[in-house]
Design a protein around this ligand. Structure first.
Ligand SMILES: Nc1nc2c(ncn2[C@@H]2O[C@H](COP(=O)(O)OP(=O)(O)O)[C@@H](O)[C@H]2O)c(=O)[nH]1
Ligand SMILES: [Mg+2]
Length: 375
């Protein structure tokens, strides 16, 4: 398949230091290895783990190295950022986890009602098994940027509204193991038994068994752009869009994307401000129009370039050449000055921002596995 080959050929990621056996990466900082040891320890004393994953990459955002420990635990997988994922495919993913007898729920960490549903599931899972323990601990883990902090913040808000006397600074002094006194801070979310959610998430080292997983993690923001390079990530995104034929569906678009109420509440790391021309004024209606026009322009340009292309996107050379053309039409659509010395990098950055903020539509990059192939 063209996509697979272009990933290997055109987008070789030598700097990422993949080893032949896969999985072993040499670029991650030593503190992350130490953090992994600390997580394993906290996992031991937790009664349930919420493994946060990115809904756009339900599989690639897992941490294969820690799966044995995680699956041995009472675990709920929270597929976060569901607002950025294609809802139909996300349903299939949820059904896939169900069929593997793995508890799973799609959430938006910024939405209180969504996080409340997750907590209901957590309480159900804990109470059906343990009702005599006085104190139960819940831990949140996940690779970078999947929304662990956002989730813990929402849990904190919910905890405060359920148990208002809870002081911010109060430590949940829990010593779940005899002889172990630990200063673990948590938010109380339930009583009888008392359930605490630890206030510090476990950050798992993103694990990169193959190049495409690395690109997906980079595209979703779990690996810093500088590790892979914006241009490569943008090339990969174009390769995915073209092989799926996505731009062909962008023909009948009307100019205005509807912005739902919940979408406007969402804060993005990849700030849409970056797309606008520099100015001091706060965003206003004309800024919104500016971005919508930009999106329409980008989608039109990609639609035209792909539908007029007479090559075969399954062929790696053809795919590369349509991507090269698209970089050029994108430069115009994104209003990047012709002579900008770093035009390609600017095109890549802006294009990635549009994708990451959901402006190009919802996506899921991982394919739902066949039944019985695990997770
Ligand atoms: N669209 C969307 N963005 C989210 C969601 N949850 C978190 N984010 C954003 O994702 C980025 C990373 O979130 P953060 O909580 O810092 O991730 P962490 O590294 O796992 O702690 C931030 O810009 C968040 O605002 C979500 O459900 N939907
Ligand atoms: Mg965080």
């Amino acid at each position: 398949m063209g996509l697979k080959r272009i990933i290997k050929k055109g987008l070789g990621l030598g700097e990422m230091g993949f080893t032949k056996g896969g999985g072993n990466i040499n670029w991650f900082p030593g503190h992350m290895a130490a953090a992994t040891r600390a997580i394993k320890h906290r996992l031991k004393i937790s009664d349930l783990v919420i493994e946060v994953r990115d809904s756009r990459i339900p599989l690639s955002s897992a941490h294969p190295g820690l799966q044995p420990q995680l699956s041995a635990k009472r675990r709920v997988i929270a597929l976060n950022k569901k607002d950025l994922a294609n809802p139909n495919i996300l349903n299939k993913w949820v059904r896939h986890f169900d069929s593997c007898k793995q508890d799973c729920i799609a959430i938006n960490a910024h939405s209180r009602s969504s996080v409340q549903k997750l907590l209901e599931l957590v309480e159900l899972k804990l109470k059906e098994v343990i009702s005599r323990e006085p104190t139960l601990l819940v831990m949140v883990v996940g690779v970078p940027n999947v929304g662990k902090s956002a989730l813990i913040n929402s849990i904190h808000q919910i905890a405060l509204s359920r148990f208002p006397v809870q002081e911010k600074t109060k430590r949940a002094s829990v010593g779940p193991l005899p002889g172990v006194t630990q200063d673990i801070a948590g938010f109380k979310i339930a009583h009888r038994p008392s359930i605490y959610v630890l206030d510090t998430p476990g950050v798992l080292v993103p694990s990169i068994p193959d190049i495409e997983t690395g690109l997906k993690l980079a595209l979703s923001g779990s690996i810093k752009d500088s590790v892979v390079g914006e241009e490569r990530i943008a090339q990969y995104l174009l390769a995915v869009l073209n092989t799926r034929g996505t731009p062909l569906h962008w023909r009948h678009l009307n100019n205005r994307t509807e912005v739902s109420q919940s979408e406007t509440e969402i804060k993005h790391e990849y700030n849409l401000k970056d797309l606008r021309p520099k100015r001091r004024k706060p965003p206003n209606a004309s800024d919104v129009t500016y971005i919508e026009d930009l999106v329409t322009g980008v989608q039109r340009a990609l639609h035209v370039s792909l539908s007029e292309f007479d090559g075969n996107v399954e062929d790696e050379n053809d795919l590369e050449s349509v991507i090269e053309q698209q970089f050029e039409v994108l430069q115009r659509a994104l209003k990047i000055p012709h002579k900008a010395s770093e035009a390609r990098l600017m095109v890549s950055k802006k294009f990635l921002t549009l994708f990451r903020t959901g402006k190009l539509g919802p996506f899921i990059l991982d394919d739902v596995p066949d039944a019985n192939s695990g997770f």
